[in-house]
Ligand binder design. Sequence first.
Ligand code: DC
Length: 227
Amino acid sequence: MDKNISIAIDGPAAAGKSTVAKKVAAILNFTYIDTGAMYRAFTWAVLERGLDPQDEKASCSIIPDVTMDLLEDGRVFCNGQDVTRAIREPRVSGNVSYIASYKDIRLALVDLQRAMAASKSVVMDGRDIGTYVLPNAEVKIFQIASVECRAKRRYDENVLKGIPTSYEDVVEDVKKRDYIDSHRAFAPLKPAEDSVELATSPLGIDEVVDAILKIVHEKTGLEIPCH
Ligand code: DC
């Protein structure tokens, strides 16, 4: 491959973006970057310090102290600690939208995201990848699914991971995050004008993966490996 290729996958919470993005990245041998994990790790760091995530000034004050590493095997490290599991817990999920609405934190994390995409081919998932982080991405996908379908997916994931939650709480959390994510002033959740909208249902993951691979081939000429 002569040139690095970027694939942006955006959409609301629990629309199946990370499952799809990981599969696409594995098939193409690209690096998968979960930007939501970065906002979650920052939220974890704020809570660890005993700060209030709804306090913008206090949360932003730790920007210079927070370090973050996303490993190729999917583990996430923050300030030297493995936070892979902790960042999926309800205390983080319930607060991450506040952290993600603070401009200074976004600017710091967007710098890291752009640096990661500069040197290699990536599949990056998030909310503002096609609109703000990588506006020149070769492929932009906006993935959608109903609130119920997304809440069911997140609830099942939590059960599998042994994270205690009720389905009703997950529905409320998904709705709350949709609202905050799409109403924030800076880089809100919205489809890029040149994105392709794809709907996922729990059974539709492989169809979405194939649709994305087809778009990648059409837009870049890249031959898709057998999978
Ligand atoms: O995808 P996720 O649920 O792990 O994302 C966690 C939160 O981070 C979510 O509330 C939206 C926010 N986020 C964001 O604002 N921008 C991104 N690029 C990725 C996630």
